[in-house]
Design a binder for this molecule. Structure first.
Ligand code: ADP
Length: 668
């Protein structure tokens, strides 16, 4: 089946030349390895033994590129390893090595299949391909019925087989195992051993640490360490299996690797899936605390923003009533220029072309005598028409009775009117209903179709033609122009703006438009600028005040996220070490923790939003004005995710900077 080589004709896979490794322990230097020179070939099955402290683990870590020697040289497949950076070492671990640990080091939260897939996730293998390969490996190792079990539901022997399958996942050429049978009963230990023998027969270099004499007896080669030196080495066997049977996993992996964006998406997907599994099953308290700290932060932020928006909306309404959202254009001769004649078309042009102009009302009115029966009264008669870009208006005045003037009344030049309170009092008896009655204006009968409620000063300019006293009648604009006044040239245009803070710019736009239309500046635009400016300042102060409270709350939430993530990192140190051993780069580890922090913070953000919405009626019942807008909700979500990102980076960096060997040695 296999071609064989006589030793020496094939270059060694691993060459150590006078390798040394020292540590400093409690201030004193400790030499873990000294002048170790040894060569291993593909297909060898090597057992390393020696008393505790002899340097076995150190040697394994150096062989597996988790650690680097202080002196001497390490060549893998003919290439010097020491020259490689952290990412290149991770690449080598991913491609060339498979680790099997004594305590299995499986992810508790993941299924057997997911554990086996892990190295391929870091190698960027497409999900379908890696899943198929993991299932194939598990089936090969007799675990086809266990693929969806989590480690806690597997026996020790099964867990070790999962760990071996994981070591084989990327088709690494070297399998490194630390006491692979140490935690197993004799039957499971025998199975694991047979598996490792088979891997060696297929062309892997299998190097294991064991104190077990049975294991040592099965190995092709025994290396004994003592005090950091090789004390005895039985040497490579005379004949080795050929590498023709060597698994082509790594090549297949190379070919099916996915690139760029797909890889990031895959990473996100697996990240979130593992997060979910991890948090729902293992670390509920952490997840709950992180989420809760963000929930509080976002709750405060949203409440503050909604109060700011609510107060602002209130101010807008008040300002609307005071006329701060309006400007007037009147004909006026200036600088020797003739005053212009404003037209109805000017009003239409402004409504259409000036974006901040919400409504334009041409003002056209005159004092006339109104009669009803025996009684008469001098009143202001005003032509009413409302011009908006959108058509509909929210400015229809409140009526005590009847209905207001409709666009249709205007089109038909209907002789109808809506009267103010003072007109009603002057012409009608207290108990009479004026609606449905005809009053006479300038000898023409007008049907009263509505009675205005109260003073209604906010319909138009305050004081305009005595409107404030309610001594006025509104009639359709065209009726006023054609039947009563003999002109349709407005005496003024009143423009209501959407955003009073843009009053100055809007006035400028109107000015330019009218100059274009009339060829001169014979008009005057006026508005209450002091109030508008004050309002802008008030709004700014409000945002600053409430915004900084929100910011502090977010900061507190973010610090909560950070504290909990840092705790999670130290709690999961060994998991991080294992991920590094199977080939995760630093940035993979960092990415994972950032994804976790952002996902938890965003979840907290969503909950915070829900709590804010739920607590809103309470605020309102205390008379606090609040208003929600989609952008407040979006901003809150963005803030929470952003906070997760900002405060997740430090823990993620800490995780990614861990030394793989130290991380693997951690108790948790
Ligand atoms: P073994 O695996 O054979 O028990 P090790 O390789 O773990 O031996 O350790 C060899 C020597 O190096 C021991 O004296 C150990 O105390 C020391 N050593 C190993 N790792 C460290 C470390 N991270 N810091 C300090 N000393 C260490």
């Amino acid at each position: 089946m296999l071609a064989t080589w006589v030793m020496g004709s094939e270059p060694p896979l691993i060459e150590l030349e006078r390798v040394g490794r020292r540590y400093v322990k409690k201030g004193a230097p400790v030499v873990a390895l000294r002048d170790v020179s040894v060569r291993f070939h593909a297909g060898e099955f090597v057992c390393i033994s020696g008393p505790s402290g002899a340097g076995k683990s150190t040697l394994m870590h150096i062989l597996g590129c988790l650690d680097t020697p202080d002196s001497g040289s390490y060549r893998f497949a003919g290439r010097e390893v020491q020259a490689l950076g952290a990412d290149a070492l991770a690449w080598l671990r991913r491609r060339a090595f498979g680790f099997v640990f004594q305590n299995y080091n499986l992810l508790e939260s993941a299924t057997a299949r997911e554990n086996v897939e892990l190295p391929a996730v870091y190698a960027g293998l497409a999900p379908g391909v890696r899943r198929a390969r993991a299932l194939e490996l598990l089936a090969e190792l007799g675990l086809e019925r266990r693929v969806n079990h989590r480690p806690s539901m597997l026996s020790g022997g099964e867990q070790q087989r999962v760990a071996i399958a994981r070591a084989m996942m990327n088709g690494g050429r070297v399998i490194l195992a630390d006491e692979p049978t140490g935690s197993l009963d004799s039957k499971s230990g025998e199975e694991a051993l047979r598996l490792l023998e088979r891997l060696a027969a297929e062309g892997h270099a299998v190097i294991l640490i064991s104190h077990n004499p049975d294991v040592a007896a099965r190995a092709h080669r025994r290396v004994a360490l003592l005090d950091g030196r090789i004390e005895a080495d039985s040497g490579p066997p005379a004949r080795l299996p050929g590498v023709t049977a060597f698994r082509q996993g790594s090549n297949a992996a190379e070919m099916a690797a996915i690139g760029g964006l797909g890889r990031l998406l895959d990473r996100l997907r697996t990240g979130v899936a593992s997060l979910r599994a991890n948090l729902l099953r293992v670390r509920r308290i952490y997840a709950a605390l992180t989420t809760f700290s963000m929930l509080l932060g976002v709750w405060v932020v949203v409440t503050m923003l909604s109060i700011a928006a609510g107060v602002y909306a209130d101010t807008l309404t008040t300002m609307g009533q005071l006329g701060t959202n309006r400007m007037q254009v009147e004909p006026r001769s200036r600088d020797g220029e003739r005053s212009v004649d404003l037209t109805l078309q000017d009003a239409y042009a402004i409504a259409e072309q000036v974006p901040n102009a919400e409504r334009v009302m041409p003002l056209l009115g005159q004092k006339l005598t109104a009669r009803y029966g025996e009684k008469s009264q001098l009143v202001s008669v005003e032509g009413y028409i409302e011009i908006t870009a959108a058509g509909a208006s929210r400015y229809a005045p409140r009526l005590e009775r009847g209905r207001f003037i409709t666009p249709r009344n205007n089109d038909n030049i209907d002789q109808v009117g809506v009267i103010g309170r003072a007109v009603k009092d002057a012409l009608f008896s207290v108990e009479a209903d004026p609606v449905g009655q005809y009053i006479v204006l300038d000898n023409l009968p007008f049907l009263v179709q509505g009675l205005l409620d109260g003073e209604q000063s906010h319909i138009g300019a305050p004081g305009w033609l005595g409107r404030r006293q309610g001594r006025f009648i509104m009639v359709p604009f065209r009726a006023a122009a054609a039947l009563l006044l003999g002109t349709d040239a407005p005496q003024a245009l009143e423009i209501t703006v959407r955003d009073p803070l843009k009053m100055a710019a809007t006035a400028q736009a109107v000015r330019e438009l009218l100059i274009r239309r009339h060829g001169g500046e014979g008009f005057l635009i006026s508005y209450s600028s002091a109030r508008v400016e004050q309002m802008g300042r008030d709004r700014m102060n409000l945002w600053l005040g409430l915004g900084s409270i929100g910011l502090i709350a977010l900061l507190a939430g973010g610090l909560g996220v950070m504290a909990i993530m840092l705790m999670a990192v130290s709690e999961r140190t060994r998991e991080i070490g294992m991920r590094m051993a199977v080939g995760a780069r630093r940035r993979d580890i960092a990415q994972q923790f950032v994804i976790e922090a952002v996902a938890l913070a965003a979840a907290g953000g969503v909950l915070g939003l829900l709590v804010s919405l739920a607590s809103n009626p309470v605020a309102q019942s205390f008379g606090i004005p609040t208003a929600f807008s989609p952008w407040i909700l979006l901003a809150a979500l963005a803030c929470s995710a952003g906070t997760g990102l900002a405060f997740g980076i430090a823990p993620a960096r800490r995780a990614s900077r861990l030394d793989p060997v130290a991380a693997l040695a951690a108790r948790r």
